[in-house]
Design a protein around this ligand. Structure first.
Ligand SMILES: [Zn+2]
Length: 287
């Protein structure tokens, strides 16, 4: 069964591979039958476009030429989805949950299996407070999407198994580390019955330490149906033990927590409610 069927906004986005393939075939044919300078230029242009499309498809999740990705839900009037990647983190996720609770907001946490293993109490709190848990791979290897299918499948499956067996949740969504995708990413996700989730609004909170810049980025772009990307953890490969608290200031999430408070305030002013990704997709907007 195709689990993505009927999801508004799920699917190929900005670029259509068919158009590029047709363009390529046409220009190759033109090159074969017409050996002029112009025809050669067209063949070259077509090749450049194909490579460009391929590279863009890997590194820009919204292009999604290799499979369907949910980056925004259409037809919404007053709901959006806040999502948090890379946690749970012993220092920050609790504070994120406190802010969400203060505003009665729900969110989706794309957790890495390794972090979840080290912070089971936080995972249980996330579930108990009505948020959604989703799959962000076992070890959050940055370039895992560029690795062969089997390795990608293993990373997804290990995280899925841990969350299911240890915490009793069956995640619906997978978000690849760094948002990179290849054909193997979609094949592996399909094999596990997972849907791939991207975002249409990025907080850039892994770059900015000033909460005002995060707020500006999010609030300018956020609208009904938006999927907002923020981070409650770090993607460092350290185990979630005592060492984790010694991370450098560059990776701390205090700016995200401060920004979240303002973002939820702005949401309230605009009449926007943050719900989980599955609520946004599968439950009707009751206005
Ligand atoms: Zn991540």
């Amino acid at each position: 069964m195709d689990r993505s069927a009927g999801i508004p906004g799920y699917g190929y986005r900005s670029l259509c591979p068919v158009v590029f393939v047709i363009l390529f075939i046409l220009t190759v044919l033109a090159g074969l039958f017409d050996r002029s300078e112009g025809a050669r230029f067209l063949v070259l242009l077509s090749l450049v476009l194909l490579v460009h499309w391929w590279v863009l498809g890997i590194f820009w999740i919204r292009a999604a030429p290799f499979g369907g990705v949910l980056c925004r839900v259409s037809g919404e009037t007053n709901r959006m989805a806040l999502t948090f990647d890379d946690g749970p983190h012993p220092d920050y996720t609790g504070a994120v949950l406190d802010v969400l609770a203060r505003y009665g907001a729900r969110a989706t946490f794309f957790v890495s299996g390794r972090m979840a293993e080290g912070c089971p109490d936080i995972i249980e709190r996330i579930i108990a407070e009505g948020h959604e848990i989703a799959n962000h791979s076992m070890h959050h290897r940055h370039l895992i999407s560029l690795r062969p299918f089997r390795e990608q499948l293993w990373e997804m499956e290990a995280c899925q198994r841990l969350l299911t067996e240890r915490f009793g949740v069956i995640p619906r969504w997978y978000r690849p580390p760094m948002g990179y995708t290849t054909r193997g990413t979609f094949r592996a996700a399909r094999r596990l019955g997972l849907l791939v989730a991207g975002w249409d609004v990025k907080g850039w909170d892994t770059f900015f330490s000033d909460p005002r810049r995060i707020v500006r980025h999010v609030c300018r772009r956020m609208r009904p149906g938006s999927i907002v990307l923020l981070h409650d953890g770090t993607s460092l490969k350290k185990p979630p033990d005592g060492d984790m608290v010694k991370i450098s200031a560059k990776f701390h999430r205090n700016a995200t927590i401060a920004a979240l408070d303002v973002i939820l305030n702005v949401c309230a002013e605009r009449g926007l409610t943050s719900v989980t990704l599955s609520e946004l997709v599968y439950e009707k907007d009751t206005g």
